[in-house]
Design a protein around this ligand. Structure first.
Ligand SMILES: *[C@@H]1O[C@H](CO)[C@@H](O)[C@H](O)[C@H]1NC(C)=O
Ligand SMILES: *[C@@H]1O[C@H](CO)[C@@H](O)[C@H](O)[C@H]1NC(C)=O
Ligand SMILES: *[C@@H]1O[C@H](CO)[C@@H](O)[C@H](O)[C@H]1NC(C)=O
Ligand SMILES: *[C@@H]1O[C@H](CO)[C@@H](O)[C@H](O)[C@H]1NC(C)=O
Ligand SMILES: *[C@@H]1O[C@H](CO)[C@@H](O)[C@H](O)[C@H]1NC(C)=O
Ligand SMILES: *[C@@H]1O[C@H](CO)[C@@H](O)[C@H](O)[C@H]1NC(C)=O
Length: 836
């Protein structure tokens, strides 16, 4: 009973956490403000209290620290001058360790002001600041008063900020601020400026704020920013100030019901802008350019804030945005981006700018040739450096200085903490084991057995003579997929940046051509985390065993020189997601979309049933469904796949894997993984295909943010057609839409047991396509569900047939044929088809 209580508590705390994620008014769950070196608390601007050094020593593990203070008066305009009067000097490696109640993004703001104290001239300090995951500052030696702002992602209960002096030097800091960032502030996706496409993975990356600018307006400090940010005026960044003019109309700003809020940027930022100084000359044609000092070799996240406070009517203002010599957005028409009558509605756009060799990043705006009245505006701009592949934000230091795990001060706490932790783990494992047993008993009725996959069975594919000399693989010596590094280099023209076709937290994907002319996609992982390695190995194991028309084929891999490279067949048409939204690709027809859904459902159905032991993909999403030159859908990215059902042993940390927005709530609640988790995610994909919008869109009002919730709401009202992709409006037959929506709805059932199997989903989608293509005489609503329900076991029988022998490839093609035949045969009995 007690055990169950603990488990319940744990579930409910997860739930609270989940609710916090989507709540509106932001109240940071974690706030630490420390005025280092100070003997008393310091009030900053009446609203924030930085606690004295004395009362914050419990966060600190320091060796040879010195408290310093100065009488020199240094006055900042932000009202935080008092913070700079004292500092803490570290002569040895030291750290602050903060306990974090809510995982996610946190701001770390570090205040530095070099003054002279006794023998310490702080201008000569030289040090590195790091966390467990990231290097924040490398060989840093601040010469002026500065505030450095970082946002890091914390997934465990602690954040450690470590100061490591360089040889024969020392470190110091005047104040430390750690505060939670709302989860919705920075989404996972942004647009990649070059090559054009989608950038994913922001939610797991650390960033450093390089510039946060209020165009055409005053300095905005934490007093006027709900998230305590500072926005600088833009005058010092303008390349040619005489070409620009500022406009201020703060009162006219109206935040939309959906989209940007005060948390995105304050009214003062949206209510002022810098515009082209083009008045009186209808032939003006020039750019207004800002220049920002940047570190080469890093990628930058750039957020553009707009609010049209200059136009008097819609469609007046059309302009283009550039970053360096790239087009960021051609012919932006702000009035088409905001809804409602008020032009002065805030709007923002996120981009990722690739690394360049320049020390200066130029951002320009210029008139569009199509506008009558040449003008261009920008209201606000944020530029953030993105961590590099080794987790560093400093080009000087790439390896994180070691952070001591404990020290004498906190040993007692540690021991107590550890024993409580061990106890909890034991209790947890016990509970999970019981649940597992129960689950297993439930499963027995289904007469499915879960035997381990044997890798030894091997595969029949060989790489051809060119690779036959490859030395033994470390992953599995029996696999003949290993490709020499030199061949990958050759295929990708030595990882030529112009070949990059995808980019994200994991690394880059390059297009390549093997020497035999095969087009390939090479995914090169960051040589970083243990987790990356585990996913790399899983992907190889999975893909080398499973071959199916609707699963992406692995051609080979390379693990030489610590590389983690996977080589796949090249999929000409990219991701399903890119065809749905966020790109200029032409919209797909309903039939085409259905065929893609059917194809991917086949791939997943095969994963779940095609082999003796079910394989759970765990990361089903539209970005993992790829399309070949004929728009044939193939499921990709098996890095998280598991054979299961099983209990996820990694649950103790935050490691519910998968993608936010697609995640099965039951898996989230119970950490129990079954094929039905994939069915849930696939249901979300079905709605995504129908509505053509991101599954999580933080810029929308709260009830629309999460696609699954929002679509279910409309589906329950029976008015799903209200929210479908406008380009499909009137083109879907009502029966087809109804069947499709019902299928998606069932996939999203709260409990896995209530969801259909992937086989059922496949049948229903086939039927949806039939309904679209032919006119069915009988009442489809009455008949389809029952009949399909009756028939589906037959599919399973076919696919279960004799899956144990070793020649996987041949067997799979047989299976594919078999199931294809059986489906069309049974199907023709099912539907009174007229068209065919
Ligand atoms: C600051 O001024 C006070 C008195 O005005 C003096 O006692 C103290 O030594 C001074 N501190 C420093 C660091 O100069
Ligand atoms: C800081 O120390 C590092 C290594 O000791 C050195 O390479 C670097 O030049 C130093 N930086 C400054 C500003 O003194
Ligand atoms: C420090 O500030 C002074 C005056 O504000 C300025 O002239 C100088 O260039 C700054 N130095 C650095 C290293 O930024
Ligand atoms: C710092 O000194 C240690 C030995 O005193 C040496 O091993 C190390 O390489 C030095 N580091 C730098 C960056 O100079
Ligand atoms: C900031 O807020 C204060 C009062 O809250 C107001 O008086 C002041 O004008 C604001 N400043 C800016 C730049 O918006
Ligand atoms: C504005 O800048 C972009 C990018 O550098 C350039 O292509 C364009 O020609 C410029 N426009 C004008 C009018 O100078």
């Amino acid at each position: 009973m007690i055990e169950f209580g603990v488990y319940r508590l744990w579930i409910s705390s997860l739930f609270v956490l989940y609710l916090c994620c989507i709540s509106y008014a932001f109240d940071p769950p974690d706030v630490y403000l420390i005025d280092c070196g100070s003997s008393s608390d310091t009030q900053v601007g009446k609203i924030r209290t930085f606690v004295s050094d004395k009362s914050s020593t419990r966060y600190l593990s320091a060796s040879e620290e010195i408290l310093a203070s100065t009488n020199a008066s240094f006055i900042t305009s932000g009202g935080d001058s008092d913070l700079y009067r004292t500092a803490r000097i570290f002569r040895g490696s030291s750290n602050y360790k903060f306990s974090i109640t809510q995982s996610g993004r946190l701001w770390i703001r570090l205040y530095f002001y070099p003054f002279v104290y006794q023998n310490y001239d702080m201008k000569s300090a030289n040090f590195t600041v790091s966390t467990h995951e990231n290097v924040l500052l490398g060989n840093f030696s601040p010469k002026n008063a500065t505030v450095k702002e970082f946002s890091v992602v914390v997934s465990s209960g602690d954040l450690t900020v470590q100061f490591t002096p360089a040889n024969n030097s020392f470190a110091y800091v005047n104040a430390v601020e750690v505060v939670s960032v709302p989860d919705t502030l920075i989404a996972d996706d942004a647009n990649l400026v070059s090559p054009k496409g989608a950038y994913q993975g922001l939610t797991s990356q650390a960033m450093e704020t390089v510039a946060r600018v209020n165009m055409g307006g005053p300095l905005v400090t934490y007093v006027n920013d709900t998230l305590w940010r500072t926005w600088l005026p833009d005058s010092s960044f303008l390349k040619e100030p005489n070409l620009a003019k500022s406009v201020v109309k703060v009162a006219s700003v109206r935040y939309p019901e959906s989209g940007p809020t005060q948390d995105t940027a304050p009214q003062t930022v949206y209510g002022s802008c810098t515009r082209m100084n083009s008045e009186g000359d209808p032939n003006s044609n020039f750019n207004v350019t800002w220049e920002f000092p940047v570190d080469p070799d890093f990628q930058y996240f750039v957020r553009f804030h707009f609010c049209d406070i200059v136009s008097t009517s819609a469609n007046q203002l059309v302009f283009s945005i550039y970053a360096d010599s790239w087009d960021v957005y051609k012919d932006l028409e702000l009035s088409s981006k905001v809804f409602g009558n008020n032009l002065a509605t805030p709007y923002f756009m996120d981009y990722v700018i690739p690394s360049t060799n320049n020390n200066i990043l130029k951002i320009s705006i210029g008139p569009s040739p199509s506008s009558l009245d040449p003008n261009a505006i920008l209201n606000g701009l944020e530029i953030m450096k993105i961590e590099n592949s080794v987790g560093s934000l400093s080009s000087a230091i790439s390896s994180r200085p070691p952070i001591p795990s404990s020290d004498s001060k906190s040993n007692v706490g540690m021991i107590a903490g550890v024993s409580i932790g061990v106890l909890l783990v034991v209790v947890m494992v016990g509970i999970l084991f019981c649940l597992y047993r129960r689950r297993k008993q439930e499963q027995l009725g289904h007469s499915k057995t879960w035997i381990p996959i044997s890798l030894g069975g091997g595969t029949s594919r060989t790489m051809g003579s060119k690779y036959s000399n490859a030395t033994t693989a470390t992953i599995d010596s029996k696999l003949s997929y290993r490709i020499p590094f030199a061949s990958v280099q050759e295929a990708t023209n030595n990882f030529d940046e112009s070949r990059v076709i995808g980019i994200g937290g994991f690394g880059k994907v390059y297009k390549g051509v093997l020497s035999d002319g095969t087009k390939v996609a090479c995914k090169r992982g960051n040589p970083r985390s243990q987790q990356g390695l585990a996913e790399f190995q899983t992907e190889i194991e999975m893909l080398s065993q499973f071959r199916h028309r609707h699963l992406v084929s692995l051609i080979g891999y390379c693990d030489e020189k610590n590389e983690m490279i996977l080589v796949y067949e090249y999929m000409e048409n990219g991701t399903l997601k890119s065809h749905l939204y966020g790109s200029d690709l032409p919209s797909m027809s309903w039939k085409q979309r259905l065929e893609i859904c059917i194809g991917s459902a086949r791939g997943l159905h095969y994963l779940h049933t095609g082999y003796a032991k079910a394989v759970i993909h765990r990361d089903v999403k539209s970005a993992n469904i790829l399309l070949n030159e004929n728009f044939l859908a193939k499921v990709a990215d098996f890095g998280l796949s598991k054979t299961g059902p099983e209990l996820d042993q990694t649950h103790v940390s935050t490691a519910v894997k998968g993608s936010f927005g697609y995640l099965d709530p039951e898996y989230f609640r119970r950490q129990q993984l079954t094929e039905k988790s994939d069915v849930y995610s696939f249901g979300v994909v079905l709605f995504e295909v129908l509505c053509a919008r991101p599954v999580i869109d933080p810029t929308l009002p709260r009830d629309k943010v999460n696609l699954a919730e929002w679509a279910m709401k409309w589906q329950k009202k029976g008015q799903l057609e209200q929210i479908i992709d406008p380009s499909l409006a009137g083109k879907i037959r009502p029966d087809s839409l109804r069947k499709y929506a019902e299928t998606a709805e069932k996939c999203l059932a709260d409990y896995g047991v209530d969801r259909p199997s992937m086989g059922d989903v496949l049948w229903n989608l086939e039927y949806t396509l039939q309904l679209q293509e032919t006119v069915i005489q009988s009442d489809p609503d009455e008949n389809s569900t029952n009949r399909i329900g009756e028939l589906s076991p037959q599919v399973s029988d076919f696919t279960h047939a004799d899956a144990g022998s070793s020649n996987v490839q041949v067997e799979m093609s047989n299976l594919e044929d078999l199931s294809g035949v059986s489906m069309s045969r049974v199907f023709s009995q099912l539907v009174k088809s007229e068209g065919r």
